[in-house]
Design a protein around this ligand. Structure first.
Ligand code: SF4
Length: 355
């Protein structure tokens, strides 16, 4: 038995060392998945997955140089650029997402950071989407204090800003903003009172040291991000990473499992790259503790499995879409949860695995 298997597994910690996280990565695969599943069940209903829909509200022509991104103006990827979407069009998409079963609507704009003139539009979108009864999330690039406050005042629930990779590997991927810039935006989001969505991308040529480094950064933030998207690189022709070698799927699953162990109460999200995963790989990711997906035909500009394939998979696995956040260690939430389960059985989106 390895030493790390003696560690308390479900505790919330902010003092992970890189070596401890590497020890988790080094566990035999079955032991790692078993540990992750135990941690998962301490805080979540293991058969529920949160469903978000992502909408690109402004596409392409981004001045940044993120090596994986088809939206960077520096790479010729054939992507059609689009201006900021009209508020009414965003609301139309949000209504369709809600009708499709999503509970959170994420709006992404390819910007270095929003401009002053953009803020009235994006805050209007937040208000409109919230009024439809959906949770709201935005990813607009770096924020200053004032912008973070404006978004929080509009009622934005989550702000997404990924760390992407370890601090050491970061310079191989992005040169136009620093790691510290990213940490500062996350801090502003938190200070303004919004929930944090922050994760990274696996398969960009980084090593296990870097995957561990990314997870240490996220887990040692003063508060764990409520949402942790773990993306698998989508190799887009025209970007510097188009010829990156394929990632061993088990390495990806390990990363999900370690994220679950070091951030026990966060929603770990399967994000970009899901369309290249077999149903079996996605099922393994859920077993490893992933409990959130992006659902919809497009994940910003890269394809996402068609929604009905997702629902068929949920049905085959006996997974039900999560309606609200649930933390099993809160007595009140437990009581509420039983009520919700009964309510959900009446819902048209309730999937009964027994039938
Ligand atoms: S990841 Fe975001 S910031 Fe980087 S190039 Fe793409 S849209 Fe711009």
């Amino acid at each position: 038995m390895t030493a790390n298997r003696q560690m308390p597994t479900a505790a919330i910690r902010h003092d992970w060392t890189r070596q401890q996280v590497l020890d988790l990565f080094a566990m035999p695969f079955n032991d790692l998945l078993f540990t992750a599943q135990q941690v998962h069940r301490t805080h979540f209903d293991a058969n529920r997955v949160q469903v978000s829909t992502l909408c690109s509200i402004k596409t392409g022509a981004c001045p940044e140089d993120c090596a994986y991104c088809p939206q960077s103006a520096r790479y010729d990827t054939g992507l059609e650029r689009e201006k900021l979407m009209k508020v009414e069009k965003v609301l139309e998409e949000a209504r369709a997402a809600k009708a499709g079963g999503a509970t959170r609507f994420c709006m992404g704009a390819a910007w270095r950071s929003p401009k002053k003139k953009d803020m009235p539009y994006v805050t209007e979108m937040v208000r409109g989407v919230k009024a439809l009864g959906l949770e709201t999330c935005m990813t607009l690039g770096m924020l200053n204090d004032e912008q973070a406050k404006e978004l929080a005042d509009a009622g934005l629930d989550y702000y997404n800003h990924n760390l992407d990779t370890s601090p050491e590997y970061y310079g191989e991927i992005i040169t136009t903003r620093t790691y510290q810039d990213r940490l500062e935006t996350l801090d502003r989001v938190r200070t303004a009172g919004m929930k944090v969505c922050a994760g990274g991308i696996i398969g960009m040529g980084e090593g296990e040291q870097d995957r561990a480094g990314l997870l240490v950064q996220l887990a040692n933030l003063p508060e764990h991000p409520e949402s942790v998207p773990i993306n698998m690189l989508v190799k887009v022709a025209g970007t510097p990473l188009e010829d990156e070698r394929d990632l061993d799927p088990f390495e990806f699953i390990r990363c999900i499992a370690v994220a679950r162990i070091v951030m026990p109460k966060s929603h770990v999200r399967l994000s970009a790259g899901r369309e290249h995963m077999s149903d079996e790989m996605q099922a393994l990711a859920f077993l490893a503790g992933a409990n959130s997906i992006f659902y919809g035909e497009k994940l910003l500009t890269t394809p996402n499995p068609e929604t009905n394939r997702d629902m068929q998979l949920f049905n085959r696995l006996g997974i039900q879409p999560e309606e609200y956040h649930q933390h099993a260690d809160e007595a009140e939430a437990e009581a509420e949860l039983s009520g919700r389960i009964a309510e959900q059985q009446q819902d048209p989106y309730f999937y009964n695995a027994v039938k």
